[in-house]
Design a binder for this molecule. Sequence first.
Ligand SMILES: Cc1cc2nc3c(=O)[nH]c(=O)nc-3n(C[C@H](O)[C@H](O)[C@H](O)COP(=O)(O)O)c2cc1C
Length: 215
Amino acid sequence: MDRRKFIKAVGFAAGATLLSGMGITEATELLNDKTNKKMKIVVLTGSPRRNGNTNYLAGQFIKGAEEAGHEVYRFDCAQRKVSPCIACNRCGMNGPCVFRDDFEELRPHLVAADMVVFATPMYYFGFSSQLKAVIDRFYALNGQIKGRMKQAALLMAYADTAPEEAEPMLLHYRTLLRYLGWKDCGTIVAAGMWPEGAVNDTKYSRMAYESGRRL
Ligand SMILES: Cc1cc2nc3c(=O)[nH]c(=O)nc-3n(C[C@H](O)[C@H](O)[C@H](O)COP(=O)(O)O)c2cc1C
């Protein structure tokens, strides 16, 4: 899809908390417009609430992406056993991890992915610890995923409504992508979401579906 279609798809209302960083890159346009490539997409969810807001956003995104013909592998970090990195450096940033846990299942999907989507609640201005533990385990894959052409997106919900409260997470996300050399496809940041189900039937869930559908 091209940049104009994407922006239209997600229906960027001015002032909405669908924040900056949006915009399909030139490389993405080539991938999707010129080759119509079927993408392998990994969706990492970080909420322990099975019926929570970010799981709903992730589900809507996945529905759209699968309808568009893409292959999606979903990894619910909070439902899996993934030990935090212990900085033993036995992997040498590019090798087997000392832990033989559920990250082993995710590993080949991350390496092969054309796109990685992070779906997480804001916890104290950052990713949930469940998702962060998985991101830290990227360390053992660093040599295989850094500098490899991947697209990425962020789906995030938080209870507050002040846009500046979302800035630390967006900065973290963008800095992570810059380090990895991945391309940002966009961020859907749902403000004012506290109870489970708050995001259902909102513009954010429609944006999530449309952004997957129009990939
Ligand atoms: C441990 C914890 C920390 C949170 N920290 C924040 C925060 O810093 N700012 C905020 O606006 N909301 C915060 N929230 C609220 C959640 O971000 C919000 O309820 C979100 O919609 C939860 O997403 P989920 O339904 O996908 O779990 C926090 C909630 C929990 C449980």
